[in-house]
Design a protein around this ligand. Structure first.
Ligand code: FAD
Length: 381
């Protein structure tokens, strides 16, 4: 039996970031347990997008801080956070009005989003068909980072810092002692004794709850993405979004391919099935080809599926939950990658007994049991 100050379950962007910030605060005895390899969950399957363009104050504040930290982490962990901006295309007066309101809120919180004319939007990405576009929103500080560069950066930092990261190590059992204050965490090879357990298991967070006999209000929904053959460098710099066309988002990676996805259909139900569907390829081809006509002729090189780990109100669940010393960091509902730095920083502060300036109360998981649902955060991208 190994004694640890903190055990984190899940080696995705959330668990790795919490581990990193705990170690920066001087917490030494940390173990991260990952059932497969780092980034094998939703993190390695994500669309790479990072934005502060949201419609509610807590999420904008969280993401403003996250973008600052993405910059710092990029320098420290040697990956590129490319601030190419996020370009939301608007196709109606109603969309323009709604995004103008959001822009004003974002500006009041220090996020420099601008409204652009269709021609200015085309200046940002020449390939866009603007014939039906009425305007766009653009925040130059938004951007993208390659998830495997990011998780590799964390992994190398942990090797230097001697933080224990165990891959291929599934948590198979949890015993609660002393009213849950003490937790014995079992894996096939080893058992860990800790008072603080962080559940950062993404779409599998409820299964970790089952091991403790508690229900966790997170449900996995299949979300698919593709990457095309490489395009000429600089073809699609910003992340381009159209809520009108299937909630589609796309951008060019550093390797040249166009990566992107579309929204989950409303009639889809929660599932652990990760198989790709042909129907998705038809829908995404139509949406991408309408936004950017040259994409009609692009070949899809790879197509994959992962999870959006949905909470009941479409906002993350962050904080101590149901068992003393059990911290939940899950239910990101499609934005967990971009939030990982600020969530990691804030939870590390709280878990190590300190305070955070970030609005963690808003994301208190107990709100669900109290019936205090928040307005869903703006979803796509
Ligand atoms: C196609 C797609 C596109 C997306 N695009 C974006 C985007 O552009 N921007 C954005 O911010 N978000 C995006 N998301 C969402 C984002 O990927 C997730 O919110 C984020 O990666 C969640 O990270 P996580 O670390 O919480 O979970 P995960 O990355 O899923 O990590 C959880 C880890 O826990 C491990 N685990 C589970 N059970 C156990 C166990 N019993 N024992 C040990 N380990 C266990 C898993 O193996 C996994 O590695 C996208 C998601 C998908 C699927």
């Amino acid at each position: 039996m190994i004694n640890r100050d903190v055990v984190i379950i899940g080696g995705g962007s959330t668990g790795l970031s919490i581990g990193y910030f705990l170690s920066r605060l001087g917490v030494k005895d940390i173990t991260i347990l990952e059932k497969s390899y780092v980034g094998s969950g939703s993190t390695g399957r994500c669309g790479t997008g990072i934005r502060a363009q949201f419609g509610d104050e807590p999420t904008i504040r969280l993401m403003k801080r996250s973008e600052q930290l993405w910059n710092e982490l990029g320098n420290e962990l040697s990956f590129n956070f490319r601030q190419t901006g996020y370009l939301y295309l608007h196709y109606s007066e109603e969309e323009l009005r709604q995004y103008k309101e959001m822009k004003e809120l974002q500006n009041s919180l220090g996020v420099p989003t601008k409204l652009l004319s269709p021609e200015e939007a085309k200046d940002r990405c020449e390939l866009i068909d603007i014939s039906n576009v009425k305007g766009a929103s653009f925040n130059p500080e938004d951007g993208k980072a390659h998830p495997f560069d990011v998780v590799t950066g964390f992994k190398e930092y942990f090797q230097k810092d001697e933080l224990e990261l165990q891959e291929r190590t599934p948590v198979t059992g949890i015993q609660l002692k002393n009213d849950g204050k003490l937790k014995i965490i079992n894996t096939p090879e080893e058992s860990y004794k800790t008072e603080i357990l962080v559940n950062a298991a993404g779409g599998w967070a409820p299964k970790i709850g089952d091991l403790m006999g508690i229900e966790i209000p997170v449900e996995p929904y299949k979300h698919q993405a593709i990457i095309t053959e490489p395009f000429e460098e600089g073809s699609i710099e910003p992340v381009v979004i159209s809520m009108k066309h299937e909630n589609a988002y796309l951008t060019q990676t550093e390797r040249g391919g166009i990566i992107g996805g579309i929204g989950t259909r409303e009639d889809e139900t929660s599932t652990y099935d990760m198989r790709e569907t042909l129907e998705f390829e038809e829908r995404i081809s139509r949406a991408f080809g309408t936004m950017i006509p040259s994409l009609k002729y692009a070949r899809i090189l790879k197509h994959w599926a992962g999870y959006y780990a949905m909470s009941p109100d479409g906002n993350p669940l962050l904080g101590e939950y149901k068992v003393p010393g059990h911290y939940l960091a899950a239910g990101f509902s499609g934005h967990g990658y971009m939030m990982a730095p600020s969530v990691g920083e804030a939870l590390a502060e709280v878990v190590s007994g300190g305070k955070t300036d970030l609005p963690l109360d808003y994301y208190d998981p107990e709100r669900i049991d109290r019936g205090e649902l928040r307005e869903a955060a703006l979803q796509m991208g």
